[in-house]
Design a protein around this ligand. Structure first.
Ligand code: PRP
Length: 185
């Protein structure tokens, strides 16, 4: 994989702006869930970077669990909606206050499937917190309680979001210049 600087069009959201917004979200969540037992469910893999930083800004007792989802048609850049759980929750979420944490919502198909699956386990509440919302691409409605940033329909990477699995660890969200980078099919 080449250096991302070869195809970085712009830094869309800086490290500082990400951390400022995450602190605001953490404060809001702390207030809303005060007195409740909060269970964060991080959707791997992209959501893990946001989840870890968000947890540092939530100042009420909370726990975290992880789920991994995979769309059928590996290698596809877009969700098919035909999702499968590759790592399931290890606990019973009945009567828990569950907050799903995602890096980005695009078509909404992944989260719609997760919500349907978790709802069947009768949590006390089930809400969604996403760092990025690419609403222009939405195919199914997903109820979002917390949203970090609305973004346009651009190919973004960094801070959890990958380009062919690379660059998840960058501290900012960048935009790919598609004239300079040809994504693999
Ligand atoms: C991304 C993201 C969401 C999903 C959003 O995951 O983390 O889970 O796509 O797309 P949708 O709204 O169209 O369903 P991806 O499948 O790229 O997996 P990853 O987190 O392991 O990179």
């Amino acid at each position: 994989m080449e250096d991302y600087k070869n195809f970085l069009e712009e830094i869309l959201i800086s490290k500082e702006d990400l951390q400022t917004r995450i602190a605001e979200l953490g404060a809001e969540i702390s207030k809303d869930y005060l007195g409740k037992e909060l269970l964060l469910v991080c959707i791997l893999r992209g959501g893990v970077f946001f989840t870890v930083d968000l947890m540092k800004k939530i100042d009420i007792p909370h726990v975290v669990e992880f789920m991994a989802i995979s769309s059928y048609g590996a290698g596809a850049r877009e969700s098919t909606g035909d999702v499968r759980v590759t790592l399931d929750l290890q606990i019973n979420i009945r009567d828990k206050h569950v907050l799903l944490v995602e890096d980005i919502i695009d078509s909404g198909l992944t989260l719609a499937s997760v919500i349907e699956r978790l709802s069947a386990q009768h949590p006390a509440s089930l809400e969604v917190c996403t760092l990025l919302d690419k609403a222009a691409r939405r195919e199914v409605d997903v109820p979002l309680k917390y949203r970090g940033f609305n973004i346009e329909d651009k190919f973004v990477f960094g801070y959890g979001l990958d380009i062919d699995e690379f660059f998840r660890g960058l501290p900012f969200i960048g935009v790919v210049d598609l004239d300079k980078y040809e994504p693999a099919d």
